[in-house]
Design a protein around this ligand. Structure first.
Ligand code: HEC
Length: 130
């Protein structure tokens, strides 16, 4: 009887540690301050700019220029794609995460989970020009 309960305690302990690690990880991701210039702009430059710059097809079709902060915040000719503080409804995040019919980058390799997380954190932290 005694042996059984100490084994059970051991499992409870393991579970607690696993929970603690997960919570710490989520907390660390949320609290890391994302920089537009340092983190976000390089992703846009490498993965989006070939189409979303002045004479690119992405601008021709949607009006969305991703050359700088102003262009990103202005959005498409239909309206903004970033809702500061809310990555859940921001079209930028919806598209790169593949949550809609269209996915960006258009017909190209999707962003890595890490890049997706950077864009999500940046929007959730207020989409600042930092
Ligand atoms: C290979 C070219 C190409 C690349 C690379 C590309 N796009 Fe696009 N993008 C387009 C085209 C073309 C359109 C307009 C047609 C459409 O909506 O499918 C568009 C439209 C959009 C729209 C507006 C969609 C809407 O429904 O209003 C957003 C937002 C967008 N792109 C974001 C991005 C982001 C962010 C990246 C980089 C991660 C990216 N795009 C990379 C070609 C591209």
């Amino acid at each position: 009887m005694h042996g059984y309960s100490s084994k059970k305690n051991g499992w409870v302990c393991v579970l607690l540690i696993v929970c603690l690690v997960l919570v710490t990880k989520v907390w660390a991701e949320e609290s890391t301050q994302v920089s537009f210039k340092g983190d976000v702009q390089p992703i846009l430059q490498y993965r989006c700019l070939e189409c979303h710059r002045a004479d690119g097809p992405g601008v021709a079709y949607s009006g969305l220029s991703l050359e700088n902060y102003e262009g990103l915040m202005k959005g498409t000719r239909f309206g903004p794609i970033v809702v500061p503080g809310n990555a859940l409804v921001s079209n930028l995040n919806v598209l790169v995460e593949g949550r809609a019919g269209v996915r960006m980058p258009h017909n190209k390799k999707r962003l890595t989970p890490c890049e997706i997380q950077v864009l999500r954190n940046w929007v959730n932290q207020g989409a600042k020009d930092n």
